[in-house]
Write a protein that binds this ligand. Structure first.
Ligand SMILES: Cc1cc2nc3c(=O)[nH]c(=O)nc-3n(C[C@H](O)[C@H](O)[C@H](O)COP(=O)(O)OP(=O)(O)OC[C@H]3O[C@@H](n4cnc5c(N)ncnc54)[C@H](O)[C@@H]3O)c2cc1C
Length: 438
């Protein structure tokens, strides 16, 4: 039943002719909800989860960041602690995803990566494997494999998503890892080398993209789960990195690695149908693949927003305290305006991230590749803001004793992985122009 206040508002809108105008506006924007429901306010639930994630980032992650960055080791105790409080695990991810607005997972990511990006990636790198299973697997495969990616509170595990190869990163059609079906044994035999895999070799579950028919390029690919302890899968060299050094990145070698037929994500029937269509030259279901990327990119963008915000806040506090020429450095427009620009860019980026996350959850078409836009902007802003933060801290900004140096090193990877900035621009420009830009 409408309250007196609602009735009064409706009456007023009718008098002003606003009801029709509002309906027209919402129709134009293809938004189903009534115009009056539009709000940028987070719900109480979202704020509670945000506070909880922030508390963990502030009290557990940030104090440990320097140590694990210097050690360049995977921070198992911190991941265990995240599992203990319910931030890491199957149930946690399911709960974050359940939010109908789509915002909770980006919000949690922003807070965690505000704490530290290397540790953040160690905690949420597993979600890359989960996204791979979710994107291609059947409901039964989801139930079987996703919990095994996380392990349990007492026996924490991680997952890895292995797509990139030494000679093919952006150009996914160039993957050389192959999967051949052994009909007699109902097994797949996978061979090849994967590069740059986050959690590669230390994961319980590896999700591997392999080519079934190389002539079909990316349309001849399939995703496989490699169960724990499978013979033939070995970690190659661990990568020594510029940033996110707590996160484990390594090559993965697959040498005649045999997995049961059931490890093909989506199942053989669906694969055979898809390959037959591709061989007949039927138009590719490019929208499906693109949609999967558009769905995951806002979350990646939110991580970069977290790094940028951390550096901005540190620089703001520093500028308020640091004195030069007998005054606080923030009293100089050069510094204050830089901070104003940093804050503006961060807030604008978050809006792009939240828009794309909401679009994904609401099932909207990413007509202008809005997911890619959010990731592109977030990566570039994180690099720019963290560089500005170093400048504001002067010599201290360049020292490892202050965190903005680490944040700047960490930020750079957000313009490279999950699709480089150039690839995001390619996707956006193709989406807005309809032209096959090269
Ligand atoms: C720390 C880290 C973690 C990673 N984690 C994972 C992971 O978990 N799983 C995984 O599968 N991969 C992972 N990657 C790999 C990452 O996704 C690739 O490095 C990335 O996709 C770029 O591929 P590439 O390195 O082969 O560069 P290339 O594809 O060789 O690109 C080199 C340069 O050329 C540009 N370029 C290429 N093609 C075009 C074009 N058509 N138009 C314009 N410019 C172009 C690129 O933008 C880039 O600047 C990770 C990488 C790093 C460094």
């Amino acid at each position: 039943m409408a309250t007196a206040e609602q009735k009064a508002t409706e009456q007023k809108q009718e008098q002003n002719g606003d009801v029709d105008a509002a309906a027209e506006t919402t129709e134009g924007l293809a938004i189903d909800a009534p115009a009056s429901s539009y709000s940028l306010e987070l719900s109480q639930d979202q704020r509670d989860i945000q506070d909880w994630a922030h508390g963990f980032a502030e009290q557990v992650v940030r104090p440990a960041a320097h140590e694990w960055d210097e050690k360049e080791e995977f921070p198992w105790p911190i991941v265990q602690e995240a599992a203990r409080i319910g931030l890491y695990g199957f149930e946690a991810i399911a709960q974050f995803w359940a939010d109908p607005s789509g915002l909770t997972f980006p919000i949690v990511n922003e807070e965690l990566f505000w704490g530290d990006a290397g540790i953040g990636m160690s905690i949420f790198g597993t979600t890359l494997a989960v996204a791979g299973i979710y994107g291609s697997g059947t409901p039964d495969q989801l139930v079987e494999w996703v919990p095994q990616c996380f392990g349990t509170e007492d026996d924490v595990k991680v997952g890895a998503f292995c797509a990139s190869e030494p000679d093919a990163g952006s150009d996914v059609s160039g993957y050389r890892t192959t999967a051949k079906y052994d009909e007699g044994k109902d097994e797949w035999v996978i061979s090849g080398q994967k590069a740059w895999a986050t959690n590669g070799g230390i994961a319980n579950v590896h999700v591997v993209i392999a080519s079934i028919d190389r002539e079909l390029g990316s349309r001849g690919h399939a995703a496989f789960v490699i169960p724990p302890g499978t013979k033939g899968l070995e970690q190659g060299s661990k990568v020594k990195k510029h940033g996110i050094r707590a996160s484990h990145t390594a090559d993965v070698h697959l040498d005649d690695c045999r997995v049961p037929g059931s490890c093909l994500l989506g199942g053989k029937e669906k694969l055979d149908e898809r390959l037959a269509k591709a061989r007949e030259g039927a138009s590719a279901k490019g929208q499906d693949a693109m949609r999967t990327f558009e769905l995951s990119r806002p979350t990646v963008g939110a991580q970069a927003v977290g790094i940028a915000r951390a550096a901005y806040e540190y620089a703001l506090d520093y500028a308020r305290e640091r004195e030069a020429f007998g005054r606080k450095i923030i009293e100089n427009q050069a510094i204050a305006f830089a901070l104003a620009d940093m804050k503006t860019e961060i807030d604008a980026t978050r809006l792009l991230v939240h828009r794309a996350a909401w679009m994904g959850k609401a099932g909207k078409d990413f007509k202008a590749a809005e997911g890619s836009m959010s990731k592109l902007k977030a990566g570039e802003v994180a690099v720019w803001v963290t560089e500005r933060a170093i400048q504001i801290l002067g010599g201290n900004g360049y020292s490892r004793e202050f965190p903005v140096e680490r944040m700047h090193r960490d930020a750079k990877i957000w313009t490279i992985f999950e699709g480089t900035s150039e690839i995001q621009r390619l996707v956006i420009s193709r989406a807005i122009s309809g032209v096959q830009i090269k």
